[in-house]
Design a protein around this ligand. Structure first.
Ligand SMILES: *Cc1c(COP(=O)(O)O)cnc(C)c1O
Length: 474
């Protein structure tokens, strides 16, 4: 499989997986996508059904990473998807809440959120490729909590990699802060910035936007547009499908709490490969950019001022960075048309594809959407606890709320669990009146010593810190 940019780069020279692994963003500002999706035959599906999670991951990822020797990929996948890291042999166990309503548990990795599934793989893939190419990588990122800790737990102790993670000092939950700052690996650098999350993001933009500094320090990112993250997430759609069905002729729908559109895009890719998915149900919170699009054909990203702080904070986004990949497919994979739409987006801050052939494709794609509010979230957490005895997190609750409203009768619904409730104590207490159980491994987290470097929101100071601590050799 080779990769092209949504905006036209590489179309005459498609890139191998290894060339897009570390970046994801093409030189023309577009995103890497497969030149063509790999299609599964009915017998392929039957062959995949009995596989364990690591074997399934190996079989699926081989189709995306055709330039990694299968034995090497096998070793990487085996090392990533273990009971030790994810709590069970199944890695993503399926739990039946009610007949026909299932929860796919994706949040039993080290940071208790679904991002671990992709990032743990990325850590091992990066280390492998960097060792092969005899080079180093310094990852620079900004986090308001979840993504940063997931990246740190994925990269800790890895050869040839250092992580510089900027976080807004004193503005994360006590649990999130403890989770990140408790790490004392020499290659992990927590930088606590005197400022907001937006200040942290601006610093990353300023530093990564300095081409000379970027090249000299081999700066990279692990953001949500990384294609390998999408590929890793495709695997659990297959796992969820097989766990919820007994025959390969059955269809299943998925409900996906969405923000940057990375998780549900993996579902779209699985469907494009031939997995019998009926609906892909996109759930947003009060930040409903995506819901607005799926109801109207109009895509209108918001500014920071229009982005609400909600009780499902990991979905508080104003633009969906992976959405470009979906639109690329809907407009018949035409880079010229994509460039036209994104030029319009830059000029008018929105585009509208209603009434076009692309919109018809969207309507036939299986995508539907809905919006969930704080009250919906609280009610859903309470209801699922009362009727099924299961405690879910606020993001998962958004997915279940919207999924149950939009599902088809007679089609099993698999709701993706994107985090564990213990990470969102205040909302859980409001919903059920008690605290979510703390997994034993995390019991003493908040009393562990914390490691971080406080710095002002000053790019020069942050650059100096990176220069002093950058990884230059194994
Ligand atoms: C990141 C995240 C999401 C949103 O996923 P996207 O891939 O950005 O759509 C939802 N829930 C939780 C808990 C998350 O951490």
């Amino acid at each position: 499989m080779t990769y092209v940019s949504t905006r036209g780069a590489w179309h005459d020279a498609p890139q191998p997986f290894r060339a897009i692994l570390l970046e994801g963003l093409a030189p023309d500002g577009g995103l890497a996508v497969p030149a063509a999706y790999s299609r599964l035959s009915p017998t392929d599906l039957a062959d995949l059904r009995p596989l364990s999670y690591p074997d399934l991951a190996q079989a699926i990822l081989l189709r995306f990473a055709t330039d990694i020797v299968p034995d090497d990929l096998h070793a990487i996948v085996r090392r990533t998807y273990t009971r030790d890291v994810f709590g069970s042999e199944e890695i993503t166990p399926l739990r039946t809440l009610e007949p026909g309503l299932h929860l796919l548990a994706l949040s039993n990795g080290p940071t208790l959120a679904f991002k671990d599934i992709a990032l743990q793989l990325l850590g091992n893939l990066f280390e492998f490729v960097l060792r092969n190419e005899q080079r180093t990588l310094n990852i620079l990122g900004a986090t308001s909590g979840d993504t940063g800790s997931s990246a740190e737990y994925a990269m800790r102790g890895k050869e040839r990699i250092a992580v510089f993670m900027l976080s807004p000092r004193g503005r994360m939950s006590a649990f999130q802060q403890a989770q990140m700052y408790a790490l004392d690996d020499p290659n992990i650098h927590n930088i606590a910035i005197d400022g907001t999350f937006d200040d942290c993001q601006d610093l990353v933009k300023a530093i990564a936007g300095d081409p000379e500094f970027k090249r000299a320090h081999r700066l990279g990112a692990v953001n949500s547009i990384n294609w390998a993250r999408i590929a890793a997430q495709v695997v659990y759609y297959f796992k969820g499908y097989f766990a919820a069905t007994t025959r390969d002729s059955e269809r299943v729908s998925f409900a996906v709490p969405s923000g940057n559109f990375g998780n549900v895009l993996a579902g779209h890719v699985a469907k494009a490969m031939g997995l019998p998915i009926a609906q892909l149900i996109v759930a947003t919170n009060e930040n409903d950019v995506l819901d607005e699009f799926f109801h109207s054909g109009r895509y209108r990203p918001r500014g920071a001022a229009e982005t609400h702080a909600t009780s499902s904070p990991s979905m508080d986004i104003s633009r969906a960075s992976n959405f470009e990949r979906f639109i690329y497919d809907m407009i018949g994979r035409d880079p010229a048309e994509l460039r036209r739409l994104w030029r319009q987006l830059a000029e008018r801050k929105e585009f509208d594809i209603s009434g076009t052939a692309a919109w018809e494709r969207v309507c036939e794609s299986g995508f539907v959407s809905g919006r969930s509010t704080h009250a919906d979230r609280i009610r859903t957490i309470r209801r699922i606890h009362e009727t099924c005895g299961t405690l879910i997190d606020p993001h998962t609750a958004d997915g279940i709320h919207v999924g149950c409203a939009l599902r088809l009768a007679d089609v099993p619904l698999v709701c993706l669990e994107t985090a564990l409730p213990v990470k969102f104590a205040a909302t859980i207490r409001e919903a059920v009146g008690f605290d979510a159980p703390m997994p034993p491994a995390y019991a003493n987290l908040e009393s562990k010593p914390q490691h971080f470097t406080p710095l002002p929101a000053d790019a020069t100071r942050v650059k100096a810190f990176i220069t002093a601590h950058a990884c230059t050799a194994p």
